[in-house]
Design a protein around this ligand. Structure first.
Ligand SMILES: Cc1cc2nc3c(=O)[nH]c(=O)nc-3n(C[C@H](O)[C@H](O)[C@H](O)COP(=O)(O)O)c2cc1C
Length: 157
């Protein structure tokens, strides 16, 4: 089973978890980056995010630099923006079919993940979307018990 972790991260909560998963599993990791970076203070990005989510906007993203066909399991590192996946992840899933693969959502949020996993499932036709994990952050501090995260990571091995 060859695993790739694909993540987007604006404040690096998801990025930090991605690095831990990589250390534990030794899997390949790829970061989704928007062509135009989000600029301005946090509150203005939250507001821009709201407009983008409302419009189902898919920002342009940079080439990922990995060949997805080489992997059978994809862990998706997804920050929640306005109760769904951050727009950059929507772009990734819209541009890349994951049919035939096992998809594991790694969701991070401030505690209100909303309909993120359901929306991911809808964008992954033909994939087997597993339960995954939903982690809560209080700002940049992980509020989900460390043991829960560790158990989930161990279960991926
Ligand atoms: C534009 C925006 C919208 C957000 N919307 C939500 C939300 O609907 N529910 C929630 O629990 N947290 C929300 N958050 C908080 C993030 O989901 C949370 O901080 C996440 O861990 C950020 O991950 P990152 O650091 O990898 O970008 C939002 C953050 C941003 C920037």
């Amino acid at each position: 089973m060859k695993t790739l972790l694909v993540y987007y991260s604006y404040t690096q909560n998801t990025g930090g978890i991605a690095r831990r998963v990589r250390e534990a599993l030794g899997c390949d990791v790829a970061e989704i980056q928007t062509v135009s970076p989000y600029e301005g203070d946090y509150d203005s990005v939250v507001e821009q995010g709201r407009r983008e989510v409302e419009a189902d906007f898919c920002p342009d993203i940079r080439p990922l630099g990995v060949e997805l066909s080489g992997y059978d399991r994809i862990i998706l590192g997804i920050p929640v923006w306005w109760y769904t996946m951050a727009p950059a992840m929507r772009t990734f899933l819209t541009e890349n079919g994951l049919a035939g693969k096992t998809v594991i959502p790694l969701v991070t949020s401030g505690g209100w993940p909303g309909h993120t996993v359901k929306d991911v499932e809808a964008l992954c036709p033909g994939a087997r979307v597993e339960k995954g994990v939903s982690l809560t952050f209080n700002g940049t501090r992980l509020a989900t018990p460390e043991r829960e995260l560790e158990n989930w990571i161990q279960g991926l091995k």
